[in-house]
Design a protein around this ligand. Structure first.
Ligand SMILES: *[C@@H]1O[C@H](CO)[C@@H](O)[C@H](O)[C@H]1NC(C)=O
Ligand SMILES: *[C@@H]1O[C@H](CO)[C@@H](O)[C@H](O)[C@H]1NC(C)=O
Ligand SMILES: *[C@@H]1O[C@H](CO)[C@@H](O)[C@H](O)[C@H]1NC(C)=O
Ligand SMILES: [Zn+2]
Length: 292
């Protein structure tokens, strides 16, 4: 057996074992489109794109260049510490390792359907864990209120007839108590929801923003949490562009669904996998000795 045949055997067996090398993932987009009608908070400049140049160049090549402008907090976007901390950490310095995490979705759509002012409790999260298992440490926790489907109908999304007056808005939120528990007991890394904020629009003290942002916990707002996203077993990505002094920005948020079950522990530490690697090393040593 040559070295390269042995290596292909190792790779083939590794893929059977669920080792992440070359693993197939399914991608789920969790971002709403940015265009002229994308929802922005009143007073924040909305998204605007214009065409700077579009046409066929002298040598027959089509070239188009656009320009866009927008507020930092509109549509599917993230918040970083500087949003609520004077001179706090901006988008330029926000650590890349804080933008990827094991994801879970806590479905609160039944509660939100009954009550537009519903606030997720710690008990609700504990019930979720009883059913789906422990939330991994340093996870991205998404709260699904079933609001993503109403995103393009702002009166329904915000439960108001007065879109220019944010004090009339109603949408579900996450209680400070629940988020405190996630931070303390599960070392929360990222938090997201399919509404404009984790805080209720009536609370102008922004308790959840002020708790998590100083801890470098990213907030993901207006996330398009589609019903097909499973309760767990996916990796969430939300890497923003590096705007100097930026407080938040539209972000392509997406999930990569694992092909096989993953309880959040690194696969390399699985005892089965370790014994498998040890056996293979022995086999390869024996092959080497025989072929000498
Ligand atoms: C913006 O995109 C949404 C979703 O694709 C669409 O419903 C809406 O009509 C678009 N708005 C404009 C101005 O094109
Ligand atoms: C979009 O930007 C262009 C170019 O700056 C401007 O002429 C236009 O009025 C803007 N539209 C909106 C809706 O802000
Ligand atoms: C960021 O803030 C610093 C200090 O106020 C300023 O000098 C710099 O021009 C700002 N950069 C941007 C892109 O706003
Ligand atoms: Zn925001």
């Amino acid at each position: 057996m040559t070295g390269s045949t042995l290596m292909s055997l190792v790779t083939a067996l590794m893929s059977l074992w669920g080792f992440p090398l070359g693993q197939a993932y399914m991608f789920v987009d969790l971002s709403h489109v940015q265009n002229m009608t994308t929802l922005y908070w009143p007073g924040v400049p909305t998204f605007n794109r214009t065409i700077v140049a579009a046409g066929t160049s002298a040598n027959g090549i089509w070239i188009e260049v656009g320009a866009f402008s927008s507020g930092e907090h509109g549509g599917t976007h993230i918040d970083v510490p500087r949003h609520f901390i004077e001179n706090g950490m901006d988008l330029k310095d926000f650590p890349l390792e804080r933008t990827v995490a094991e994801g879970v979705v806590i479905d609160c759509s039944a509660e939100a359907e009954r009550n537009a002012d519903y606030a997720v409790t710690k008990e609700k999260i504990e019930q979720w864990e009883e059913k789906h298992g422990r939330i991994p440490n340093e996870a991205a926790v998404l709260f699904r209120f079933g609001y993503a489907k109403k995103f393009w109908e702002p009166e329904k999304y915000l439960n108001t007839q007065q879109l220019d007056d944010a004090t009339t808005y109603h949408f579900p939120s996450v209680s400070l108590e629940a988020v405190k528990w996630l931070v303390k007991s599960r070392n929360l890394k990222m938090i997201g929801m399919d509404v404009p904020s984790p805080d209720p629009p009536t609370d102008l003290t922004y308790p959840v923003h002020r708790l998590v942002l100083p801890l470098n916990i990213m907030i993901m707002e207006n996330v398009n949490i589609v019903p097909s996203l499973p309760p767990r077993n996916f990796r969430l990505h939300a890497a923003p562009i590096r705007i100097e002094n930026g407080t938040g920005v539209q972000t392509r948020i997406y999930a990569m669904l694992y092909e096989r079950m993953n309880d959040g522990s690194p696969r390399l530490s699985s005892p089965l996998f370790v014994s498998f690697v040890v056996c293979l090393s022995l086999v390869s040593a024996v092959v080497k000795i025989i072929s000498q």
